[in-house]
Design a protein around this ligand. Structure first.
Ligand code: S3P
Length: 174
């Protein structure tokens, strides 16, 4: 069983297409915790989708909103929280994640990310001719940041969600 204290939140970080929301939801169900997602919460609060926020306010506007929501949600005890792929760019976000909860980095290769985001139309940063190059550049920049905040790094390949969740549980501190 998990040895992470019941009130200690669990945060999932990692790139687009790593499965943070899917794995997070399942992990929360398994641990009988509430699941939250910073992007979903942002969309709920603003009443518009992420691409619209990028269009009207630019990436800087989106990041400011993301910082505010992340600061709030990382204070909630006992939840599982999935974060957007770029949340770790902000030093204040990294500090909040690392100091307030148990952080799991869901790593996925560029090829896996590409496959899993193939049909995605709601990720403005993938609105580009060469998605592979974009994902590779983002991962090169962000991988060290994900690792810097992570308590556990998990490679997600072609395993089932159930398997990834079990691997997370197995990797929790004893
Ligand atoms: C982003 C990832 C997205 C979302 C936004 C920006 C990023 O979240 O926050 O489109 O900078 O990588 P997911 O990682 O859930 O796709």
């Amino acid at each position: 069983m998990t040895q992470v204290a019941d009130d200690q939140p669990i945060f999932l970080v990692g790139p687009m297409g790593a499965g943070k929301s899917t794995v997070g939801r399942q992990l929360a169900r398994t641990l009988n915790r509430d699941f939250l997602d910073t992007d979903q919460e942002l969309e709920r609060r603003t009443g518009v989708d992420i691409p619209y926020i990028f269009e009207i306010e630019g990436e800087a506007g989106f990041r400011a909103r993301e910082r505010k929501v992340l600061d709030e949600l990382t204070r909630k005890p006992g939840i599982v929280l999935a974060t957007g792929g770029g949340a770790v760019l902000d030093p204040a976000n990294r500090e909040a994640l690392a100091s307030r909860g148990y952080v799991i980095y869901l790593y996925a290769s560029v090829a896996q990310q590409l496959a899993r985001t193939r049909r995605s139309r709601n990720r403005p940063l993938l609105d580009t001719e060469d998605r592979q190059a974009r994902l590779a550049a983002l991962l090169a920049e962000r991988d060290p940041l994900y690792r810097a905040v992570a308590d556990q790094v998990l490679e997600t390949g072609d395993q089932k969600v159930k398997t990834v969740v079990q691997q997370i549980l197995d990797g929790l501190p004893a």
